[in-house]
Design a protein around this ligand. Sequence first.
Ligand code: 8DG
Length: 380
Amino acid sequence: MSTDVVILTALNVEYEAVHEKLDDPRVHWHPAGTRFETGRLGPDGCRVVLGLVGKGNHPAAVLAERAITEFSPLAVLFVGVAGALWPGIELGDVVVASQVYAYHGGTSEDDGMKARPKAWEISHQAGQLAQHLIRSGGWAPEPRPKVHFGPIAAGEVVQDSRISGQARWVREHYNDALAIEMEAAGVAQAGHLNRALPIVVIRGISDRADGTKVRSDGANWQSRASAHAAAFAAALANDLVKECGDSQRQTRERNPHMGTGTSFTNLATGNARVGAQYGQVIGNVTMGGGVSSGPADVAAELATFRDLLKRAHRDGRLDDDSYTAASEELDTVTGRLDDPTPAGRGRLLVTLKKVRGLVGDSADLATQLAAIISLVKDMS
Ligand SMILES: Nc1nc2c([nH]c(=O)n2[C@H]2C[C@H](O)[C@@H](COP(=O)(O)OP(=O)(O)OP(=O)(O)O)O2)c(=O)[nH]1
């Protein structure tokens, strides 16, 4: 299944704030037990998937990776609350991360702790869109909360002190960080490892990270700050899809194997002498004329083809009906591989051609199938 944008949250109050913006939410269970909800951000809004990752960079990274693989989004947004690190940032303000610092990287030496910084910058286009939205104010009517665009520091602890060693560490080494939280680094890492998929971290300020968190939380600032972050995120998600969606989709259509862990199967048969190679090679690479193939070769290629078919369906390049019909035909093909008679081969070819007709709109699937058909023709 594919979507436009994945939105992840750490706390239930953050999840609720985004959930309120979803039209027609539906539950989608990942086989590993993660509950996602799918819906639209408004009747004409983009398609989103919402997930809850819990607190901390580690679960955020793992579940961001899971969501990216499952839904192939154009971008991932992280929406939640954070503590402010500068006096000019008020409770209820929103901070959009221009970059994310993983502030706990370091080395402990005899003469003290040394920083080993790690940082991820927002993608250029997402940064441009976010700043335009901040300037235009088109995300909420007046009076609206102030939105800041600047670095966010993400660590492994809830930071609620101005004078602790950790607080001094952040101020000394990550002095321009506007806000502090615990998930952005994990999500940013997941985006980076998925061919620099755009990640946008949007945080509402619910306390000042200065020892007053309990009081601010008690005054309902988490809920208000989450609502502000969710409102900004919803507007930005729609803008992102409107402005970047087409260009990213065109790029993906030109090369359907770029993106998230897709591989390309090479197959050169018959008189072919050269096979083009893209990305990772899976399945068999068969080269050279006159080398006959057997049912096992065809079965291996069909298994690979099924994976491609699934991915095309998940990416939205193949509609549900064509996918179901093609999968059923493929089941028939598999049952016919062991029939060596000319009539059996004939039926096999007819079924494969039917599948080719069903997936004909997708050039890469049709090419792949043409190669399998010639493999069947070469079968000894
Ligand atoms: N507002 C605010 N949020 C923070 C700070 N540090 C921090 O990690 N966050 C973000 C990221 C975490 O997902 C989440 C942690 O907030 P929390 O209220 O659950 O923290 P806590 O563990 O003290 O809460 P509790 O369950 O003990 O009540 O908020 C901070 O100093 N202030």
